[in-house]
Design a protein around this ligand. Sequence first.
Ligand code: ADP
Length: 327
Amino acid sequence: MWIFKSARIRLTAWYVLIVAFISLSFSFIIYRYVSFHLETGFRSVEARVRGNSGARVGLIYLADELTSAKKNFLFRLLFVDGIIILGAGLGAYFLARKTLDPIEEIVEGQKRFIADASHELKTPLTTLKSEIEVALRDPKMTLSESKNYLKSNLEETNKLGSLVEHMLSLNRLENIGSNIVKKNIRLDLIAREIGEVYKKRAQKKKLRFEIKTNIVNLKADETSLRQLVGILLDNAVKYTQKGKVEVKVYKKSGKAHIEVNDTGIGMARSVLTRIFDRFYRADSSRSKNNTEGYGLGLSIAKSIVEAHSGQIKVTSSKKGSRFTVIL
Ligand code: ADP
């Protein structure tokens, strides 16, 4: 971004200016100090040989030597200053990059987020608008037809609502970061509670659903962890057409583990690297009309895990996927 390029150059210029000022000031002081002492020395020699006409010739040579020594000294000082200023320039540019690059990345990320979010918001809004316009233009519309339009409008409004909710979630997580308020919670009970909600959804799709938990006490933010388990289970049920979804909670090596396994469509290796990006949806999930989503779930999950200084891992094959959260 041009604004960062110019900021980098301006910052470098300021650094260089400050270093140049300090370096030149020091050189000036050193030069004045050394010249003063040389001249004082010269004057004391001059006073000592006053009246001695033979020595006066030597004094002229000494005066020449003194002038050229002072010139030489000044030249060397300026040369050292030059090297210091050049080094400072390079160092300053490097430091300015190091300082500004992460900020540029954040700003770029936010720009991308706004662009993606606007795009996602536009689609349901366009559908809503065109349906309302068609309905208003049709004078002979029956009550049942208008109800159908209203139903469809409601669906789009719900989509918009859930998208905005997801976006607010991400924003909240980004604002609080790792300053999340942690309390003692029972992770196994939370997983069971959320699991029961998704069990019903799974059963509607004729999927088997298993919840296997050991007692796990944890210091964490309960609301976020509920959301995290919900996101993983929502995806597992959404992307599994037959077979089983399973959620496990256990402790291993002193750390809490949440594991969600499914026998769903799985993900290709190229997809796996991108699923935690905002608004990313694999083509397979886009093309299936019955799998709703905006590609924000896993990025929220990742933010929650990061806010708890944990890890989220995924393995997947054509036979299904496994998400593991370690806290
Ligand atoms: P959404 O589910 O809303 O599309 P997510 O961020 O939760 O967004 O997931 C991103 C993408 O990762 C999904 O679109 C899907 O392609 C893939 N994905 C996530 N979970 C699974 C899963 N359990 N099985 C297969 N694909 C998955």
